[in-house]
Write a protein that binds this ligand. Structure first.
Ligand SMILES: *Cc1c(COP(=O)(O)O)cnc(C)c1O
Length: 409
């Protein structure tokens, strides 16, 4: 495809104007929105307002007058639309890891007598670590880790919970959520889906798929900022029976009664724990306004066009320099990222970042490129591949400075 043809794709893009709602550094092609979403302009204004007016002027009155106390549920309701849930089925609090601890423990409690947690051995480490911690705490479960191909046949009557991340963080492989949810439930298990690389990247249909529990991230495709609070989803049919175990005062039925006995809130507030992080929640709330009125089906369509184009333009480079595509070509099995394996992946990515194309690296050999359809142009895809070609042709990546490993990759 020629550059002129690619530019015409941008001209025809119904989401093109969304880019204007973000502050992006000049000259940088940002392909890491799957790790840390870009900064929406309205977040800057909202932060100034929350800090100067709400905190600075109204001080503690803001809990009531500016509705701070309801932010976890208000922001949850906004995320609900993006993941195919009802407004009262999502709440925002804590990190994805902590939310996973809460819902996994609650789900296991709903399946007494079953002793296995089944997951993908390639699942994101925090998901596996949390599951491991829970087995050590409860001392009556085993964590069964299998490959993607073995998930369905490993579902048996012993499995209490199937714990999966919809999109593999390394390869971008996307599971068939509805199908696996049905299979697990037919065996009497509950499902917990991690939507870290799904929410905001494409439409998710939690209720259509009859998912039981889910968690997800606020700082990736939702653009809530570094360390933004995460969300959790509990289907309505499970809410009354979902027991909180991190029983903090904010999950109490009446926190300001200051009663010595814990009684859980009727609604999902029971899965919140301590005082909400108002600054981060406000940033996330403003970031979610960018999604207002956005048709997520169009987001998916553009995401597939962007990733298809990238894979297509990469073909000659891949053949010449030994990049191995790790992402499925089949659309239904692909998230919103493209990954390649290369033995020198770390140094190549560092050199590419120095050339203004920001992706990231995941051990042992994965170069990862995330495509956030709200702020990426087709022309960016072209430029990214062009700069990678230069990095390879010049051998720039061989320089010693690109071999040094930083703390965060
Ligand atoms: C990014 C990511 C997380 C992040 O967890 P935090 O507790 O918010 O740091 C969790 N799960 C998956 C699959 C992720 O990709």
């Amino acid at each position: 495809m020629t550059l002129a043809e690619i530019k015409s794709l941008d001209q025809a893009d119904p989401l093109a104007a969304k880019r204007e709602e973000f502050l992006l550094p000049e000259g940088v092609i940002y392909l890491d929105g799957n790790s840390l979403g870009a900064l929406p302009k309205r977040v800057v204004a909202r932060m100034a307002q929350v800090i100067q007016q709400e905190w600075g002027q109204s001080l503690i009155k803001s809990w009531n007058t500016h509705g701070w106390i309801d932010l976890p549920q208000r922001v949850g309701a906004r995320i609900a639309r993006l993941v195919g849930a009802e407004p009262d089925e999502v709440v925002v609090a804590d990190s994805t890891s902590v939310n996973l601890f809460k819902v996994l423990l609650a789900a296991l409690e709903l399946r007494p007598g079953r002793r296995a947690i089944l997951s993908d051995i390639a699942n994101f480490p925090t998901d596996l670590y949390i599951a491991q911690g829970i087995t050590e705490l409860l001392k009556r479960h085993e964590l069964r880790l299998v490959s993607k191909e073995e998930i369905d046949k490993s579902l048996d009557e012993e499995v209490a919970v199937l714990l999966l991340t919809e999109v593999d963080y390394r390869t971008g492989y996307r599971y068939e959520m509805a199908h696996l949810t049905r299979l697990a439930q037919q065996k009497g298990a509950l499902v917990v889906w991690d939507l870290a690389h799904s929410a905001g990247a494409f439409p998710v249909h939690l209720n259509q798929a009859q998912v039981d529990f889910a968690v997800g991230c606020g700082y990736k495709y939702l653009n809530g900022g570094p360390g933004a609070p995460a969300f959790l989803f509990v289907a309505r049919r499970h809410q009354a029976a979902t027991r909180p175990f991190l029983t903090g005062w904010m999950g109490h039925a009446d926190p300001f009664a200051f009663s010595p006995e814990y009684i859980p809130a009727e609604d999902l507030r029971r899965l919140t724990v301590g005082t909400p992080a108002i600054l981060s929640l406000s940033a996330l709330e403003a970031a979610l306004e960018v999604f207002e009125g956005v048709d997520m089906a169009l987001v998916r369509q553009k995401s597939l066009q962007l990733t298809d184009l990238f894979i297509q333009l990469m073909e000659p480079l891949a053949a010449r320099y030994g990049f191995q595509l790790a992402t499925p070509l089949e659309h239904a099995r692909r998230g919103s990222q493209v990954s390649y394996r290369h033995p020198e992946g770390y140094a190549i990515m560092q050199a590419l970042i120095a050339q203004g194309v920001v992706g990231d690296f995941r051990a042992p050999d994965i170069l990862r490129f995330g495509f956030a359809p709200l702020y990426l142009r087709f022309e960016d895809v072209y430029q990214a591949v062009h700069r990678l070609a230069q990095v390879m042709q010049s051998g720039l990546w061989r320089e010693a400075r690109f071999q040094e490993r930083a703390k965060v990759t």
